[in-house]
Design a protein around this ligand. Sequence first.
Ligand code: ATP
Ligand code: MG
Length: 585
Amino acid sequence: MNASREDTDPGRDDATPPNFIKELVEQDVAAGVRGGQVVTRFPPEPNGYLHIGHAKSICLNFGTAELGAPGRCNLRFDDTNPSTEDTSYVEAIQRDVRWLGFDWGARALYASDYFEQLYAWAIQLIEAGKAYVDSQSEEEIREGRGNFYKPGVESPHRGRSVEENLDLFARMRAGEFKDGEHVLRAKIDMQSKDVKLRDPLMYRIRHVAHHRTGDAWPIYPMYDWAHGQSDAIEGVTHSLCTLEFQNHRPLYDWFLGALGLDPRPRQIEFARLNLGFMVMSKRKLLQLVQQGHVSGWDDPRMPTLAGMRRRGFTPEAIRSFCERIGVAKRDGVVDISLLEHELREDLNARSPRAMAVLRPLKVVIENYPEDQEDWFDVPVHPEYPERGTRRVPLTRELYVERDDYMEDPPRKWFRLGPGREVRLRGACLITCREAVRRENGELVELRCTWDPASRGGAAPDGRKVKGTLHWVSARHAVDAEVRLYDRLFSVENPLAHDDRPFTDFLNPDSLEVLRGCKLEPGLKDATPGEPQQFERLGYFCADSVDSRADALVFNRTIALRDSWAKLAKKLGVGGAAKSGGKRKG
Ligand code: ATP
Ligand code: MG
């Protein structure tokens, strides 16, 4: 299923979503096509980092290969455009595919490995009278190709002899000409209804160093010339492409046919993944990086796999999201809540619990002796007792969340307020006696009392205490910076506005940095990237780039679903709606 906004139901748990490619390939395997083997490839261009859209393609290609007997998926870099490509991208892409959980076998492949073969094939086409050197400018060539309404015009060089073409092409390769002086074109049909078949370019002169071949080549193959042949060289049986390549297929077929390559890869097109409130083109993402709108490709707000990893997404969550959205031929926008649902499911199961107070409010327990200290055993995970307990200390002075106190609370407020009794998770019951304020009204601290008979958190006489708060002992707390993230763009489709650059629609509040947050002591040793649930708040992880033992930095991966915010909205109580209340993970 391609989940468009209407038919996305994150709660649903029914059968596997449709994947028409899986069905087609299964039929091929059952019919013994290509001996039942399946070879696919994931073909990134190393001109940027991989994003969540690529994850769909990766999961699809590696998943489809598993249907074969045997099956294999190649990682092939489509590195035909040296001016935008870089080794650092090659490395990042390999890191990300591996992180996502896939293995491409002995070594990564490169279209540049095939430059020599592609060159030989080009000569073969010239010799067969199926390619020629054109010496018009790229502008003239574009003009001459016309468009759907305007017929093509043949180049004055179209009639060059084979000998002349061979000579010119050899000299192009030898570096005798400047950029743009000549190109090699396929000789197909300038009158074709299909503009792509109007003598497409095969080679351009580019005196640019390549990240792998260095200065060996002053000419570079066009993507359309390289792609189908690279598939054929690798014995790819099923070439899975996004929809924009559907109208390239006749051209790919023409090339393969003209070279007599057989068997040909079966090309199948599928819809790209689009997510709302995000842009997903590498060029646009590069612009965000270069213009400093984000801290880098791995900024936790980016839809890149590196950014998502740093933020605390797990490969498992991304893979089940890709499974859930299915594979269809129709373009659509997937609701981000589907991804968030998969993420919460996965994080809930794996994350140990901890307590952290993001916006601290001091609580003094007046009847708790200054020098007393009680350590409580609290479950690491409430649903998995076998994961054991952790120890948290209670002392006279604590921190609770500022939002957990309200002077004049509405109905259904089960947290702190004048005279209200609440439970400190895993520790005891406290009652709020007084709010101490400065002259300007600013809240300084709460004076409370505890019920020493409520150790462990149970009410001694069975009285009802509904609210349970997270808290941290002031003396034991470790300080941290916590970074909260919101969507990077404030409109659903930042690219839909012709008159304004997409960067106009960046959400100015996409990053909120909180300093002086108070964490339970055990979090001091948190491994960067390892998910934690901060109780009642969400899932967090220590930042793998900026967090240090003496200056902890945590990222919020995602908040818990906030049922109080929903209720507050319904009841029309504004201020407290931002956080708090009873939440489910
Ligand atoms: P971008 O527009 O982000 O630069 P691209 O298609 O130019 O994407 P490639 O490096 O060529 O990037 O992509 C490698 C593979 O990933 C291709 O097969 C492409 O079709 C696929 N892919 C790219 N974006 C998406 C997407 N949003 N959804 C699904 N597959 C995608
Ligand atoms: Mg591309």
